[in-house]
Design a binder for this molecule. Structure first.
Ligand SMILES: Cc1ncc(COP(=O)(O)O)c(C=O)c1O
Length: 379
């Protein structure tokens, strides 16, 4: 078979995004304005939430969410041990302490059985992550952590649902990413969702330096020369209207992107089922996977070579793979700060060492998928 080059991910951006950018470029209104609002409305509607607020990234959306909940020094926040580092970093930004919870290697999401004994009288919130687009088991989490504020890290989960309810509407607040490795992208970018008016008001003000009115309201109001009051500490986490213009077009494609990814995910599951050393993602009945990634788990006791050797062999054939993500408790920053050992979280450690995402995105052809399947059988 002729060698191909298959990236782990590639965004689909084209003529429609290009045309949409002309609006803000021609009007000159390029910071948060009408395009961001249009994007927020589309996103909010899709995820069945009252409020959707665009931000500069999922990381800043998570930070805003914790700030709006009043998380601060002395507080603890529960975070899965296997996620992207920023899920834990935002807790440190608030001066609070991240307390890691192990994950279930079967779902790669937070293990509800490991939650209850980690809760203390300092625990203020929990951040379940919908890793790779699969919603965490929210019913079991709520049962294990009754009364705790829930911030969903849905960085990878735009368009995903849990028992019929969209990601972002499953907790007190939800956070999403539009980094180019996600199914829809604005370059960088994020979204904060909530059904709670009190949290929406606070987060909306905090993303704009803490100003009591937005710049758009001020510029288009009767007295644009009067600066607003600032009555709380805020940040500049505003999305630009250039990104909003791209986001509006991308939102129109979200469902078709996920549906196409779902078809190829099912193809992978069928075609790789005979590899008894490979675990592929399971989607519980009634849920919709967002398919940001197709993350597998290699059983190294049965596989023809180690996960790392596998990634090397596949790379030599032009196929990009990645570990699913990292075990945050094993990163130097956290291991040293909290004296954590890899074996403290065995599920996270296993998935850190043996997970492998294989290419799944909307710029792959049928031949690309067949090439990956053939290479997986030839390791
Ligand atoms: C689970 C998770 N949380 C947070 C983030 C951070 O998103 P962003 O890059 O938009 O800040 C990511 C990004 O990959 C992620 O996968």
């Amino acid at each position: 078979m002729e060698k191909r080059t298959i990236y782990i991910s590639q965004p689909v951006l084209g003529e429609e995004e290009w045309q949409s950018l002309k609006g803000p470029l021609e009007s000159g209104w390029v910071t948060q304005g009408p395009k961001v609002r249009e994007f927020e409305n589309l996103f909010g509607e899709k995820h069945s939430v009252k409020h959707a607020m665009a931000t500069t990234s999922c990381t800043t959306a998570l930070h805003l969410a914790l700030a709006a909940l009043g998380v601060g020094p002395g507080d603890e926040v529960l975070v899965p041990a296997f996620t992207w580092v920023s899920t834990a970093n935002v807790v440190l930004y608030c001066g609070a302490t991240p307390v890691f919870v192990d994950i279930d290697p079967k779902t790669m999401n937070i293990d509800p059985r490991d939650i209850a004994h980690r809760i203390t009288d300092k625990t203020k919130a929990i951040i379940p992550v919908h890793l790779f687009g699969l919603c965490a088991d929210m019913d079991a989490i709520r049962e294990a952590a009754p009364g705790l504020a829930i911030v969903e890290d849905g960085a990878c989960a735009a368009g995903a649902t849990y028992k019929g309810t969209p990601a972002g509407a499953l907790g007190d607040m939800g956070c999403f990413s539009f980094h180019p490795r996600k199914s829809v992208t604005t370059g960088e970018g994020g979204m904060l969702t909530t059904n709670r008016d009190d949290l929406a008001d606070l987060a909306n003000q905090m993303r704009n330096h803490g100003a009591t009115i937005s710049e758009e309201q001020r510029h288009h109001g009767p007295k644009p020369y009067i600066l607003p009051d600032f009555n709380l500490l805020g940040f500049n986490y505003r999305m630009t209207d250039l990104q909003g213009a791209v986001g509006v077009v991308q939102m129109g494609k979200l469902d078709s992107f996920i549906n196409e990814r779902n078809e190829w995910a099912q193809y992978y599951k069928r075609e790789l089922a005979d590899l008894e050393w490979l675990q592929t993602p399971e989607v519980p009945e009634g849920n919709r996977h967002g398919w940001q990634s197709f993350a597998t788990l290699v059983d190294e006791s049965k596989s023809p070579c180690s996960r790392n050797e596998m990634m090397e062999k596949l790379q030599a054939k032009g196929i990009s793979t990645r570990p699913g993500t990292h075990a945050v408790h094993m990163l130097h920053l956290y291991a040293e700060k909290y004296s954590l050992k890899p074996e403290d979280y065995p599920g996270a450690r296993l998935v850190n060492d043996c997970s492998m995402a294989i290419p799944l995105h909307n710029r792959m052809s049928a031949e690309d998928y067949a090439y990956v399947v053939a290479a997986m059988h030839d390791l």
